[in-house]
Design a protein around this ligand. Structure first.
Ligand code: A2P
Length: 343
């Protein structure tokens, strides 16, 4: 069967990758509708010899559409997705809007595809930082029973959309030209102050929760990890924006119920679906963001047992967050639903 498909936010950083993934991973489509704001209506996007004319997203965009992939922002999903659900369309949402809704499965296919069976027309794609972490840790959790995760992220500017990338390019040039870099978007477009990202690290991704002193991005890692692993796992996250264009890195420390057997860890990571073990310190082999742009896997290296705690392990996890962290995981959810007879 082939499907009538739509991409909402098709002109954005993630939307463009969704289009690429639909072709690259052979999502079976009969028709493909690209939706964006009125600003982009009429714009032509070409891909592999196909020409698509971008249409304006409206309440009536979903008549006859069977599956839609969304990445136009939480407020757009909130406003328009109910119309799509009413029209009978199944929606795979990359925004954070519905993620913690108990009626909405939050899915990384290789970890919790079973949750898809409970869907009611909306499936949420987790936050990029959560996806790569739970994908890498899934087999370790099954075997060693992870009790606690402490994670620091090193997040690329493309996580803040096209505007984040533009800002890093422009500010880098400003600094090289001996000028003061002008900050307009980062760390968070909707917050009060902006700081330069060029030649800098910013320990703020998204806004702060003034009650608990963590950022919303950090709380996504805390709450989404519990929902996906379906257990009360302790998570402490520090999310940092770094001057990398594309690809998120994470330094992860886990504490487990069972003692760590390092040979077993390497065996499990070598046999984890969607995960590439990239770890050979004698030859200085470890994952780096620039190595894996455009690739759909989660790369793991620097795997080592803690020196003091027999029940603890450190690792370094890298993925292209526009791919595995967003577009690819969304398309993979769709493909998994076809395989499970849910589409
Ligand atoms: P547009 O390009 O027309 O503004 P990014 O995350 O890279 O900033 O991309 C955001 C995506 O969401 C873009 O495709 C953008 O379309 C789309 N978008 C933003 N606002 C709206 C809206 N009001 N209606 C539909 N799409 C929107």
């Amino acid at each position: 069967k082939k499907y009538k498909v739509a991409i909402v936010g098709a002109t954005g950083a993630v939307g463009r990758e969704m289009l690429r993934c639909i072709f690259q991973f052979h999502f079976p489509f009969e028709s493909l509708k690209l939706l964006a704001s009125a600003r982009s209506a009429g714009k032509v996007i070409e891909y592999e010899g196909h020409e698509f004319v971008v249409e304006e997203l409206t309440e009536n965009s979903f008549e006859g559409i069977e599956v839609a992939f969304w990445s136009a922002g939480g407020s757009i999903s909130e406003k328009y997705m109910p119309y799509a659900v009413k029209a009978g369309c199944i929606n795979i949402d990359n925004t954070s809007h519905f993620r913690m809704d108990p009626d909405v499965p939050l899915v990384v296919p290789e970890v919790n595809a079973y949750a898809l069976k409970e869907h009611k027309g909306i499936i949420a794609n987790p936050n990029c930082t959560t996806i790569q972490m739970v994908s890498a840790l899934n087999r370790l959790n099954e075997y060693f029973d992870i009790e606690r995760i402490i994670v620091s992220t090193y997040q690329a500017v493309s996580g803040a959309g096209v505007a984040g990338m533009e800002e890093l390019y422009r500010q880098s040039q400003e600094v090289l030209d001996g000028k003061e870099p002008v900050a307009k978007t980062l760390p968070c477009a909707s917050d009060k102050k902006h700081y330069p990202i060029a030649f800098n690290c910013i320990p703020q991704v998204d806004k702060f929760d003034l009650d608990n002193h963590f950022t919303k991005e950090e709380m996504k890692m805390v709450n989404e990890t519990k929902k996906i692993f379906n257990k009360d796992i302790k998570v402490n996250a520090t999310c940092v924006r770094v001057p990398v264009l594309r690809g998120h890195s994470e330094s992860v420390y886990i504490e487990t119920k069972k003692p760590i057997d390092i040979d077993k860890v390497f065996e499990l990571l070598s046999n984890s679906h969607g995960v590439e073990l990239y770890d050979d310190i004698e030859n200085q082999i470890y994952p780096m963001a620039t190595l894996f742009i455009g690739d759909e896997l989660v790369h793991v290296g620097r795997v080592r047992k803690d020196l003091d705690n027999d029940h603890a392990l450190s690792l370094w996890i890298v993925a292209d967050q526009l791919m595995k962290g967003a577009a690819y995981n969304s398309i993979d959810i769709g493909l998994k639903m076809i395989e499970m007879d849910l589409l």
